[in-house]
Design a binder for this molecule. Structure first.
Ligand code: SF4
Ligand code: SF4
Length: 337
């Protein structure tokens, strides 16, 4: 069922929703862009529909609503430790199809990858519902169609901005009550992107062998990549973190253990006790990242980790493109055909 709802009426619905849900959406963050005087489109809590930015891709994905850049896992003293209180609010996120598919990948890593579930992630994930945002013609560097992530049916509401009103599809009965009393009904079904400007040649039947390990193409990235890690931090499927123990100044036997986003492209990621490091140059790190997105995850879960959002290509200060890298890998590696 769908409705046409005037924007002020939708904002009244949003006020009711916010009594139960924290509502996150892409918004314009004034002055937060990478250069002086520039803005950034990123996720924040909203109170009005007009705040939602539909016509741009966010720089960072919505993953931080569930997997925080910095999170305290527990507080400790000499004698005991205590976990932070569990968050009780439900969460509603305005999100595009590729990013909904990215949450499926994060679920595999944090919940389905072995016998131990990540309780911190899971307790939030159980409270999350999605509001589907359509993409129109898509954005620069997107290749979601090739990755099969351009469409989804995992959403509760579809909201499409129109001239003076919001077109709403209510898919999840949990939300029916919020729309009682609105009778300007319309047919609405999601429109998904069917073609991107960029295509990726995915290697089939690829296996990691010496041809891939020693492929000279990786050396290009040793020369070009600065190891800034931006490509990982904007990626909706990157899930690596490191641990930090913080000791309080007034009692250095007490403190907190935090987990903090980490990047496989940054120096020190593979450092081990004793001083050994597995991947010492940017070419090796690029190889690891690309093979993780397009090989190992697929081997374990049966589909690729990358959802083709193109954020890593958008953000790289050296104009390094994961799509071009995978295309070169396919054309240069006998194992990549
Ligand atoms: S690897 Fe790049 S294109 Fe793929 S999901 Fe991550 S940021 Fe998006
Ligand atoms: S964003 Fe570009 S330069 Fe920075 S680590 Fe990633 S590939 Fe290297």
């Amino acid at each position: 069922m769908g409705y046409k709802i005037q924007i002020e009426d939708f904002n009244a619905i949003l006020r009711e929703l916010r009594r139960v849900y924290r509502v996150f959406a892409p918004v314009n963050m004034k002055g937060k862009g990478p250069y002086a005087g520039t803005d950034l489109v990123g996720y924040a809590e909203i109170s009005k529909f007009e705040q939602v930015v539909y016509n741009q891709k966010t720089v960072y994905s919505a993953k931080e609503a569930l997997f925080k850049p910095v999170e305290t896992l527990f507080y400790f003293t000499e004698e005991e430790f205590k976990q932070p209180a569990i968050q009780t609010n439900k969460i509603l996120i305005f999100v595009r199809p590729c990013d909904i598919n990215a949450f499926k990948r994060l679920d595999e890593i944090f919940i389905n990858n072995g016998p131990y579930k990540d309780n911190y992630y899971q307790q939030r994930r159980e409270k999350v519902k999605f509001i589907l945002m359509e993409c129109g013609a898509g954005f620069d560097n997107c290749f979601c169609v090739a990755m099969g992530t351009n469409a989804t049916d995992d959403y509760s509401l579809l909201l499409r901005p129109a001239e003076g009103f919001v077109a709403c599809q209510i898919k999840d009965p949990e939300f029916d009550a919020y729309f009682n009393g609105f009778n300007d009904s319309m047919e609405i079904t999601p429109r998904f992107v069917e073609k991107n400007n960029i295509t990726i040649q995915l290697p089939q039947n690829m296996d990691i062998d010496n041809d891939i390990l020693n492929n000279p193409l990786w050396q290009e990235y040793t020369l070009r990549c600065t190891g800034c890690g931006r490509c990982n931090f904007v990626c909706p499927t990157c899930s690596c973190f490191t641990m930090q123990d913080i000791f309080y100044r007034d009692n250095d036997n007490s403190g907190e253990r935090r987990r903090v986003w980490a990047s496989c492209m940054v120096d020190g990621f593979t450092d081990m006790a004793g001083g050994h490091a597995f991947r010492n140059n940017q070419g090796d790190r690029m190889r690891f990242k690309v093979m993780h997105k397009f090989y190992d995850f697929h081997k374990r879960f049966g589909y690729h980790m990358c959802v083709g959002c193109g954020r890593c290509d958008d953000i790289c200060p050296e104009y390094i493109s994961i799509v071009k890298c995978v295309n070169k890998l396919k054309s240069s590696s006998p194992g990549g055909e």
